[in-house]
Design a protein around this ligand. Structure first.
Ligand code: ACO
Length: 365
C-alpha cells in the first residue's frame, strides 16, 4: 500500500520536474515566450544566420572558439570533411535512420572540432540522403558558401533564392534550442556519462524522431493532403478526435498559449508560398483544429506548436516529409552540443531513482 501511494506521487512524464540549470534557453509556457542566451526568439529568427547562432550557443564552452566568421569557415571545412562519409549510405533505412547511421561514423570527442563536425555532418548527410532517395548522386559541399545556402544547393543541384536561404536560416535558428525538451534531456543524460559529443547527438536524434517530438511535421503534411479543401477540415478533424487520435502540430507539454516558434515560421513561409492555396488551407485547418480542440479538450489548452508551420516551410523549400526530422536535427544539433558541454562542465552524472512496484520476494520462514 505504501509503495502504491509513492508510485502515484510521481510526476508522470516528469512534468514540472526541474532537472538542470541552464544559461542556454528559457521557455515560458504561460507567456508564450522563448529566450535563447538572453535574446527573445524574435530578435534572432529572421535576423541571424546559422553560423551566428552557433557562435551564440557555443560561446563559453570551448576555449578555442573563434569569432563568428571563423566559426562559419570551420563549418564550411567540416562540411567538406563530412562529405567523405557519404561514400556508403546504408540501404534499407528511412531518411532519419540513414542520417543517424552516417553520423555514427564521426568519432567521439569533447573538443570544438567534434562539435563543428556534427552539425556540418547532419546537413551534408541530410542533403546526400535526400538526393539518394530521388536516385541522384550526392553533391559535394562548397566550403565558401553560407551554411543554409550550401545545404539547399546540395539538395537541389542549383542555388536557392535569397528568400529561400533566409527561410531555411530562420527555421534553423528558430529550432536551435528549446529548454529541456525530450531530446535535449536525453542528450544531457548521455553527456553526463562522459560518453562524448557524437554519442550525445546520436541520443538526441534518436529521441527527436518520435512522432510526439520532432517526427510530427511529416504527419501534418499527410493531414493537409487528406483534408484537401478547407470545407472538409471540420469533419476530418472531428473524425480523427472521435477515433482518439492526436492532431499533429498541436499541443505542448510547456506552452499553454501559442508556441512563439509557430508565428516565426509562418512569417518565414509567406514570401515562399508560390502555392498560396496551401497556406490558406493550412490556416483554415489550424482554425478548425483550435476550435475543435477547445470544445473537445476544455481542460487542457491545446494550441498550435512549432511543427505545424515547420511542415509548411520545409515543404515550400522542397524537402520531402520523410526528411523533415533530419532538417529539424540540423538546427537542434547546436542546442544539443551546447547542453552536452554545459552538462559536462557544470553537472554531475544523471542517475535518478525509481520506486519498485513489482512483486516482493517470498522469504522462506
Ligand atoms: N490532439 C488531440 N488531443 C491532444 C493533443 C493533440 N495534439 N495533445 C494533447 N491532447 C490531449 C490528450 O489526449 C490528453 O487528453 P485526455 O486528458 O482527454 O486524455 C490531454 O490533451 C493532455 O495530453 P498529454 O498527453 O498529457 O499532453 P503531453 O504534455 O504529455 O503531450 C504532446 C504533449 C506530446 C506534444 C501532445 O500535445 C501531442 O501528442 N501533440 C501531437 C504531436 C506533436 O505535435 N508533437 C510535437 C510537439 S513540439 C516538439 O516536440 C518539437
Amino acid at each position: 500500500m505504501l509503495v502504491k501511494q509513492e508510485f502515484q506521487k510521481l510526476a508522470e512524464g516528469l512534468e514540472g520536474v526541474v532537472a538542470a540549470n541552464t544559461i542556454l534557453s528559457d521557455v515560458d509556457g504561460a507567456a508564450g515566450r522563448l529566450v535563447i542566451r538572453g535574446f527573445e526568439l524574435g530578435q534572432l529568427a529572421g535576423r541571424t544566420r546559422f553560423g551566428e547562432v552557433a557562435h551564440l550557443l557555443l560561446d563559453g564552452f570551448f576555449d578555442d572558439l573563434p569569432e563568428p566568421a571563423g566559426l562559419e569557415a570551420m563549418l564550411g571545412a567540416a562540411r567538406v570533411e563530412a562529405f567523405a562519409y557519404v561514400d556508403a549510405i546504408p540501404a534499407g533505412l528511412n531518411a532519419v535512420e540513414a542520417v543517424r547511421a552516417l553520423l555514427a561514423r564521426i568519432p567521439d570527442g569533447d573538443d570544438l572540432r567534434t562539435a563543428i563536425r556534427l552539425p556540418a555532418g547532419v546537413s551534408v548527410f541530410t542533403a546526400a540522403v535526400a538526393r539518394q532517395r530521388k536516385g541522384q548522386m550526392p553533391l559535394p559541399p562548397d566550403p565558401e558558401a553560407d551554411h543554409a545556402t550550401d545545404m539547399l544547393r546540395m539538395v537541389r543541384g542549383s542555388n536557392p533564392t535569397v528568400d529561400e536561404a533566409a527561410a531555411l536560416d530562420t527555421y534553423l535558428v528558430t529550432v536551435c534550442d528549446h529548454g529541456l525538451n525530450a531530446s535535449t534531456f536525453a542528450v544531457r543524460v548521455t553527456a553526463s556519462t562522459l560518453a562524448g559529443l557524437t554519442s550525445a547527438v546520436l541520443t538526441g536524434i534518436s529521441t527527436l524522431k518520435g512522432p510526439l517530438h520532432g517526427g510530427a511535421p511529416g504527419p501534418v503534411v499527410e493531414m493537409l493532403d487528406e483534408i484537401g479543401e478547407a470545407s472538409n477540415a471540420r469533419a476530418w478533424i472531428e473524425r480523427a478526435i472521435d477515433r482518439g487520435e492526436r492532431l499533429m502540430g498541436f499541443g505542448h507539454r510547456i506552452y499553454r498559449v501559442r508556441d512563439p516558434r509557430a508565428d516565426a515560421l509562418k512569417q518565414a513561409v509567406r514570401p515562399l508560398s508560390s502555392n498560396t492555396g496551401r497556406l490558406a488551407l493550412a490556416e483554415a485547418v489550424e482554425a478548425a483544429a483550435l476550435q475543435i480542440l477547445s470544445e473537445r479538450k476544455p481542460d487542457r489548452s491545446l494550441q498550435t506548436n512549432v511543427e505545424f508551420y515547420t511542415a509548411l516551410l520545409l515543404e515550400a523549400l522542397g524537402f520531402e516529409p520523410a526528411e523533415f526530422t533530419c532538417v529539424f536535427a540540423m538546427g537542434r544539433t547546436l542546442g544539443w552540443i551546447a547542453h552536452a558541454r554545459e552538462q559536462v562542465c557544470n553537472g554531475r552524472l544523471i542517475r535518478p531513482a525509481s520506486v519498485y512496484v513489482g512483486p516482493i520476494p517470498k522469504i522462506a520462514a
